[in-house]
Design a protein around this ligand. Structure first.
Ligand SMILES: NC(=O)c1ccc[n+]([C@@H]2O[C@H](COP(=O)([O-])OP(=O)(O)OC[C@H]3O[C@@H](n4cnc5c(N)ncnc54)[C@H](O)[C@@H]3O)[C@@H](O)[C@H]2O)c1
Length: 327
């Protein structure tokens, strides 16, 4: 029995579906019910009794559950879930004698948005600059502790930024809304309390919905990886099953980053919205992360090109009623 934490989330639900499609025995664990058929414990990583129920009878754990937030108001809860919750889960899993524990870490442990060299490899120094990235680094340390002191096989996957293709052209989606659409970006920055950035963005509003082309203070467009969830699932299944994954740390993501100067016109061609360039203060986001280790060691192959993702994103946008858009 494989336990998947975060089984209602973007990546977790796709992992559960993929494993069940292969006939594997899976139990989900999440704060929120998934609505899918199958074994599932609804509960919190913060609750020892619920964790105990989740781990009972399990042979492997894919720990994908986490609280992702960049809002200062969420900090206590984020550390409780991502750090203490991970410690409890590892201890419970180890006491149960499970075979393999796969941990979803993040490129924010380097952090990718302030790289010391490119491409970012697994040997890049670990200096997270966000509390979220710090929770992931502390989670990795807990996993490393179990790797050296216990009998469990452990694998650390440093996830790329991940999206369902269908989210890319959705102004209401958690990541792509604020990343690519001007007014959702304003709302996000209001929630973060970034007054100066809100004022900057408002000054760029052209009186109609628009895309935002994010650039740094020198006008350099942002560049980052956006990996499709289904490619992540393929990498996670390799981490679960491949003999050479044991004890490893792997960047998991697309082969190449996307440059926003190239991407935004491709988004706009599908939405018909104008593009507004905005030069944000600071160095901006500009990185390339190497997935060579997971390709060479485990045979990982990223199959979702940006073009393929955009085709699916455009179809999903077509299906949403225009009246549902909130811009
Ligand atoms: N999506 C990304 O860009 C990205 C990038 C790097 C790393 N990651 C990591 O990958 C993993 C999966 O990400 P995702 O995109 O599917 O995120 P997601 O937010 O869609 O899913 C996370 C799931 O964890 C659950 N969860 C949160 N708090 C919980 C708690 N206290 N107890 C039990 N469950 C709880 C949530 O309900 C949610 O269903 C996470 O660990 C995340 O930190 C994601």
């Amino acid at each position: 029995m494989i336990l998947v934490t975060g089984s209602t989330g973007r990546v977790g639900r796709a992992v559960v579906a993929a494993l069940r499609a292969k006939g594997r025995d899976v139990r989900g664990f999440d704060l929120r019910p998934s609505g899918a058929d199958g074994d599932e414990v609804v509960g919190s990583l913060e609750d020892a009794a619920q964790l105990g129920r989740a781990v009972a009878g399990v042979s492997d754990v894919l720990h994908l559950g986490a609280f992702m937030s960049w809002s200062p108001a969420d900090r206590d809860r984020m550390f409780a879930v991502n750090v203490e919750g991970t410690r409890r889960l590892l201890d419970a899993a180890s006491a149960q004698g499970i075979r393999r524990f796969v941990f979803a870490s993040s490129g924010e442990v380097y952090p990718e948005n302030r790289p010391e060299f490119l491409p970012v490899t697994e040997d890049h120094p670990l200096n997270p600059n966000s509390p979220y990235g710090l929770t992931k680094l502390l989670g990795e340390e807990l996993v490393r502790f179990h790797q050296r002191s216990g009998a469990m096989q452990t694998v650390i996957l440093r996830f790329s930024h991940t999206q369902d293709a269908s989210e890319l052209l959705d102004e209401d989606s958690f990541f792509s809304g604020p990343r690519f659409f001007l007014r959702p970006r304003v709302r996000q920055q209001e929630n973060f309390g970034n007054r100066a950035v809100v004022d900057l963005l408002r000054s760029k509003d052209i009186g109609e919905p628009a895309h935002v082309l994010a650039r740094n203070e020198d006008g350099r467009p942002f560049r980052m990886h956006i990996t499709e969830t289904r490619d992540m699932v393929a990498g996670i299944l390799l981490a679960l099953d491949h003999p050479n994954a044991v004890g490893g740390v792997f960047n998991l993501g697309s082969d190449d980053p996307v440059d926003f100067a190239d991407l935004l016109p491709r988004l706009a061609a599908r939405t018909g919205l104008p593009i507004v360039p905005v030069d944000f203060p600071g160095p901006g986001v500009y990185y390339h992360t190497s997935n060579a280790r997971i390709r060479d060691t485990l045979g990982f192959e990223a199959k979702w090109t940006m073009e393929r993702m955009l085709e699916e994103a455009a179809a999903a946008r077509q299906q949403r009623l225009p009246g549902e858009r909130r811009q």
